[in-house]
Design a protein. Structure first.
Length: 255
């Protein structure tokens, strides 16, 4: 069985979106929606545990939370290779993980065919923006492009609350403070309440904040600070009708 870094480098080289580490099967990668095996033999539970433990070591993250809850999300980088977003979980009593490959550079929005009308959201000075869609539809990449546009064109303090951090933003015209929940702050609620003392101009909230919509409205309805909420519904999809109902509920709550 190869070492973890070899599998990660292979995934980046092949242009894979995800790497799968699941006991009972071979280490696999997803390339253009197709799965390919990249290990010669099926993994034993001991081998998957070894690889996943190394993920935690490389991320400098305690493994106790995962062992206790059975699920965890985090990210880490391999210098000169790529950044990786990891979801670990238990299945059939053994450790498993899906590792998403995240390129270092924020993609060019034109290459992704994001409409100019969407990018103009970066000019919004007040209000709340919901970015919704199915898993893998490009919500995180879209918001990264919008935040990057703000960073390039406006002198702002941008605060992101993420779990985990995916795209890394370097300060340009703006100052970008990226806070990872459970590392930089205890939880979303604590970080959200602290934002008002950090002179924010733009706040980005990650997908796990859905249950805090009311808190968001209560805290920021009078500040005028633009907030982008990345909505990852637990049901895997938020269609147009649900988006409308959510928006109506939030507007009613803000009255």
């Amino acid at each position: 069985m190869a070492e973890l870094v070899e599998y990660l480098k292979r995934a980046v080289k092949d242009g894979a979106s995800d790497l799968f580490i699941v006991a009972g099967g071979k280490v696999s990668e997803k390339v253009e929606k197709n799965l390919y095996s990249i290990s010669e033999e099926n993994m034993t539970p001991q081998e998957s545990e070894r690889l996943i433990t190394e993920l935690y070591v490389r991320a400098n993250r305690p493994i106790e939370r995962y062992l206790r809850s059975g699920d965890d999300d985090f990210s880490f980088s391999l210098p000169g290779i790529a950044r990786f977003r990891v979801n670990t979980y238990h299945q059939r009593g053994s450790m498993a993980a899906v590792v998403r490959v995240v390129v270092f550079e924020i993609p060019n929005w034109k290459d992704l065919h994001i409409p100019e009308q969407i990018m103009e959201i970066a000019d919004v000075a007040h209000g709340m923006v919901l970015v919704t869609g199915t898993a893998g539809s490009g919500k995180s990449t879209t918001q990264a492009c919008i935040i990057n546009r703000i960073n390039q064109t406006r002198g702002c303090h941008i605060i992101t609350l993420e779990d985990p951090i995916e795209f890394l933003h370097r300060n340009q015209k703006s100052i970008v403070s990226q806070r990872e929940i459970a590392i930089d702050s205890e939880n979303y609620l604590t970080a959200l309440r602290a934002c008002l003392r950090q002179a924010p101009d733009v706040i980005l909230l990650g997908p796990q904040v859905r249950h805090l919509y009311q808190e968001v409205v209560d805290k920021f309805e009078s500040t005028g600070i633009p907030i982008a909420v990345i909505d990852q519904t637990a049901y895997g999809m938020m269609d147009g009708e649900k988006v409308l109902k959510t928006a109506i509920k939030m507007m009613k709550a803000a009255k």
